[in-house]
Design a protein around this ligand. Structure first.
Ligand SMILES: [Zn+2]
Length: 268
């Protein structure tokens, strides 16, 4: 059993599945991926995303606005907006949120304010945070500390930073999640970090439809490729893939308080 702890199911290319979401989900189940977390990146498209996954109890959802989404013209999400949407029983987290200085120019104080709003919402509803961080190490850790994010914890998702940052996140009670990037030829230093994160704080994800792992690199990513991420990290750590899969699944259930829904095997 594998868990994809971070994917954007409403953005996956359905053309390999005859355009049908149900076929994508059947292929996911057939690959042994039993649970998924479908992550929100904006509020205007949130209702459609939520409706799409509704028939699939193995899919949990988060609510949040990605640091690169929206423009100055859009209203910023409020703590109240996020808390209200997170009251949904299918919701298990706030995010994805964080800081991305790579794709933003100029004054990004608005990004920091939005990040603080998400942490306040997570604290208000006692749910973990899904953190995106890129070229913003110091500010990400500083704001997590200033806003008391250690009270709710969460995950540093699609981790691409160094061990020093992983350690700071772990010290705040966060988990660290690796995507298919860990399989890329150029990612040797990231593999060292993935080998070092304690097994009980490790998560795996696809971040579909982005970042397909080797050997699917360049194609639209899908949750059914998460076993490749597991296999890569298991090999690094000298573990059987089943053990890595079991540990990362347990971690997912523990962090997000997800019930183990027993899914019937794919019929299609
Ligand atoms: Zn994402």
């Amino acid at each position: 059993m594998f868990v994809d702890s971070h994917c954007h199911l409403d953005r996956v290319d359905l053309s390999p599945h005859q355009g049908e979401f149900s076929r994508l989900m059947a292929a996911t189940a057939a690959a042994g991926v039993t649970h998924l977390l479908c992550v929100s990146i904006d509020l205007p498209r949130y209702p459609a995303m939520r409706a799409l996954v509704d028939p699939y109890p193995q899919v949990a959802v988060s609510v949040g606005v990605h640091p690169n989404e929206g423009s100055a013209a859009d209203p910023e999400p409020t703590v109240e907006d996020l808390v209200r949407l997170a009251a949904d029983p299918r919701n298990v987290a706030i995010g994805e949120t964080g800081l991305d200085y790579f794709r933003s120019e100029g004054d990004v104080e608005w990004q920091r304010a939005r990040f603080r709003t998400h942490i306040a919402a997570a604290r208000a509803c006692a749910k973990p945070l899904i953190i995106h961080t890129r070229e913003a190490r110091e500010d990400t850790i500083r704001i997590l500390r200033e806003e008391g994010a250690d009270q709710v914890g969460g995950v540093l998702h699609c981790f691409t930073e160094d061990w020093a940052m992983a350690k700071q996140g772990l010290d705040l009670g966060f988990y660290v999640s690796f995507s298919g990037i860990v399989t890329f030829k150029t990612a040797a230093s990231l593999r060292e970090v993935a080998a070092q994160v304690p097994l009980d704080r490790l998560l795996i994800e696809t971040d579909s439809p982005y970042l397909a792992p080797v050997p699917h690199r360049g194609k639209s990513n899908e949750p059914r490729y998460v076993p490749q991420v597991a296999a890569c990290i298991a090999a690094l750590r000298g573990l059987p893939v089943e053990e890595l899969a079991r540990a990362t699944s347990e971690n997912y259930f523990r962090l997000f308080g997800v019930e183990r829904i027993v899914c019937s095997p794919a019929s299609a």
